[in-house]
Design a protein around this ligand. Sequence first.
Ligand code: PGA
Ligand code: ZN
Length: 421
Amino acid sequence: MSIHVTDVHAREILDSRGNPTLEVIVHTETGAVGRASVPSGASTGSGEALELRDVHAERFGGRGVLGAVGHVRGDIREALTRRAFRNLAELDEALIALDGTPDKSRLGANAIVGVSMAAARAIATQNGEPLWHSLAPRNDDVQLPVPHFNVVNGGAHAANALEFQEFMIAPLGARTEREAVRTGAEVYRALRDRLRSAGYATGLGDEGGFAPAVDRVEQVLDLLVAAIEDAGYTPGPGGVALALDPAANGFHRDGLYHVGGSALTSGEMVDWYEELTTRYPIWSIEDGLAEDDRAGWVELTARIGSRVELVGDDIFVTNPVTIEKAIAEGIGNAALIKLNQIGTVTETLRAIEVCRRHGYAQMVSHRSGETTDDFIADLAVGCGCGQIKSGAPARGERVAKYNRLTEIEDCTLMKFGLRAL
Ligand code: PGA
Ligand code: ZN
């Protein structure tokens, strides 16, 4: 069935950090309505599509999105209501052409991705299918993903001294989504108890993880292993494993990594990761090195890539062309997938496809600035990548995604788990 858009609305709403973002609503001729709201990152890669913000300092300290809202209500509405589209890919191509820039800076990637997501929802509704089904390139691939819960926050997401941004727990041993979510919540609770009894504050960072005044990575890893055991689980791949997102761009300056009071070379970082992944049950590391340290990435991949998942986020920016180039260089073995880094659903699916073709894993991801929109839960299921990260098992904007995953599980007999490469 072709898609005939009859109206497109947008408005400025607030995200989980109290910053403005867009909500977009797309109507089609059949009466279908699709709604989406747009996430926003704090530690962004330099190659990300451009998030358009207003320049008026008197509104939201210059972070307003009325310009982007205006583009949706104006140029985009005009272009989409003028003709029918055969599918989402064709509609997304029209958005890309209308913008006309390589980084979506004219209309704003935040405007474009909101429209693309809302259109994807309207199309699913129009076709009478769940969003995950409508996003699935191949029905055989659909699968419920293992959630990666970010339970300790540092870096750009917290005011503590931790340079590493995210410390995640991944219930790889769970047999169902529901069991994985329960495991995450139980370990999170056990961690809160541990932190309290050790005298740490249990305030939260931007992604709902605790932000204790700990400054050494190993201290956090020890706390996590203890909390997993306190909750009655086994640390490791058969139970609950650990995953890190150091987001190393954030502490890479003048060619050195400034972490834990030392300034480490790229080679010293690789040695450290090798040691950490031997001492602790860490199964995945994202952005262990900075986006411009390509030689370091190649070295890290050669050294531990056969036993540890190495995820590119800031270095890949969900860009199919960038990912393909990095794959040819031997960088990493997995990609983080964020819709707003590239700016349309179709290009996001293309990035996933590139990874698939080359045997790279994919982890679908939220942003640190979020809303209760649960689109990424359906995306992860539809592409069947087997992994998702959406922050802590706490706070409305984070649990919206995990709750949607258990809803999908309740409604289907879908398989759950990591997708083996
Ligand atoms: P961001 O962080 O959403 O602030 O960019 C998430 C990440 O680095 O994975
Ligand atoms: Zn990251």
